[in-house]
Design a protein around this ligand. Sequence first.
Ligand code: ATP
Ligand code: LTN
Length: 328
Amino acid sequence: MKKRIFSGAQPTGNLHIGNYLGALKNWVALQEEYESFFCIVNLHAITLPQNPEILKQKTLDLARIYLASGVNPQVSTIFIQSDVSEHAELTWILSCITRMGELERMTQFKDKGKDNRERASVGLFTYPVLMAADILLYQTDLVPIGQDQKQHLELTRDIAERFNRDFGATFTIPEAFIPPVGAKILSLQEPTKKMSKSDDNANGSVFLLDDADTITKKIRRAVTDSGTEISFDESRPAINNLLTIYQLLTKKSTEECEAHFAEKGYGQFKTELAETVVEFLRPFQEKVKEFDDSELQKILKDGAEKARNVATETLKDVYAKMGIVGTR
Ligand code: ATP
Ligand code: LTN
């Protein structure tokens, strides 16, 4: 029996190369070795206000992006979270064994809700419980994610362990898969923060669907550190970040990258980086257009059915263990 993978992304904003290098790239690399479930988490999206028409569109766009990135629907299960109502049901159950204190310690809530805690939605606060439900419903072994989701995965493990202890062995305890390089791609404008879809400044992110001109401009305008050397150096986060992107896209070793730019300046480096990103995204952008609506609908419908089969089994077991009996 293959081990299982579960991961997902929110259909909000536009996916950037950080999302790709930190998450999607690894989904694709691992999908053959594992039985994989990749979810479009539209219920997570509404923890912040969304325009309904745009959310609808972004949900399908994200499915296209999964496919264009190389997620293979013959091998992996791709589905929309709201199609499997067990996600919402298990969230309720798990929220009854999750502690307020645990959620209060979540740094993402502190960041996203910080502007006005009084007005932040309860959904934003309990968001990590929905994420735990996503993962635990599939008896997931491995969860490929970026660095920013590590704390949510640790909470998921704590919730699962608590349930297993109190009600008997039910959930597989999942492990995070966080790539050694690329787990936290930084903003091109503020290289102390991660590259983020929800950043107000679009110049901080290279979006997967940006055209060549825009990509070149954004990279040319990327802030740099003091000093002129093009080398990997944690104490110079701007150049370190740009070089990391270059390295991941060209698959060159650290030494090869540094040797390649040893005699070159920032100008030349940025030109080459921009060309690399543009060339990398070209086939991806072609592929995004390939899938027509009916093909996409079929993939998502089949995916939801496969996901539901697994999710129903887990939820049934959870209800039985907890003594939740009705007439169904
Ligand atoms: P954002 O903060 O950019 O709005 P998110 O983390 O809320 O993004 P998702 O689309 O749900 O957005 O994230 C999908 C995956 O991308 C997650 O596994 C996340 O850890 C990863 N990820 C997000 N930003 C980065 C980044 N800057 N570098 C590496 N991985 C990232
Ligand atoms: N919370 C994640 C998205 C997400 C996820 C998941 C990732 C929701 N459910 C389950 C991995 C596994 C985010 O905002 N990036």
